[in-house]
Design a protein around this ligand. Sequence first.
Ligand SMILES: Nc1ncnc2c1ncn2[C@@H]1O[C@H](COP(=O)(O)OP(=O)(O)OP(=O)(O)O)[C@@H](O)[C@H]1O
Length: 315
Amino acid sequence: MDIKQFVDDSIRNIKQTVGDKKAILALSGGVDSSVCAALVSQAIGSHLTCVFVDHGLMRKGEREAVEDVFNNEFDVNLIVVDAQERFMTKLKNIEDPEEKRKIIGEEFIRVFEEEQAKLSDHDFLVQGTIAADIEESGKEGGKLVKSHHNVGGLPEDVNFELVEPLRELYKADVRAAGRELGLPEPMVARQPFPGPGLGVRCLGEITEERLEILKEADYILRDEVAKAGLEYDVWQYFVAIPDFKVVGKVNDERAFAYPIFIRGVISEDAKEATWYGFEEDFLRRLSKKITDQIPQVVRVLYDITDKPPATIEYE
Ligand SMILES: Nc1ncnc2c1ncn2[C@@H]1O[C@H](COP(=O)(O)OP(=O)(O)OP(=O)(O)O)[C@@H](O)[C@H]1O
């Protein structure tokens, strides 16, 4: 595919469709919605309003990266909604993974609807639907493995006209379009990240304490992977934290603190995955750094399970 041509044609089409009206887009900081935002902004500039919902379940630095790029590099109207407390309140005492996903998805839609209600002069809704999304949703009779978190779930009575400029693209082309539009490489090359964010990596009930530990450990892992130049070798790598403690020994004293799980996999399409074999030195360095920098972690476990029988994520 000629990406430059695609970008030019899309910008022209979007200009024609939206004209001098306004459009709204839910921006997650993920590849699809970011590329969509960049593309549409080239066509209609600040007539595009991007709503980024900070539910507190993003990785460390992600909100700042989105703010930096879309406030400074692109001419869009960016609204960042601080919704951490709202989400934490809804998620209190909820342990079941499916219920957690459902609550996060529903609450996201509610927040988005509230923002959209304030923008009554916006006639278009831009969605980062890509070819694979359409193929996936077209499949009949698939068993529910995980409930889906998507703006596709927005209620039907919303009076918007849809704009979906990426419908015909596969992921590699979406990334290429992002590069063509000048999005920063970390945003364009971002590894797959679950819709409910870190909510499904903070196992069982989500607590602020464990969420913080998770964010720090995940930050260290990403930093080490980047330093080792492995970002493009490992398909997905992340940390999960369970909701139980284990015994350790810190400064010659018994400690009762958290273990964390590290997972790294390679995969083509997430349907199957093989665990990634990090070098021993890498794992030693990582484990030491995490336990040195995060006193609440006394054990680092590396997951050596393929999918199947495991899934990539833990919940
Ligand atoms: N925290 C959020 N703030 C704003 N929009 C969001 C948020 N989370 C999800 N969305 C919206 O919901 C869509 C679907 O979310 P999902 O997590 O399934 O991502 P996706 O299909 O991989 O797309 P993306 O790459 O844009 O994240 C996103 O494209 C985005 O429009």
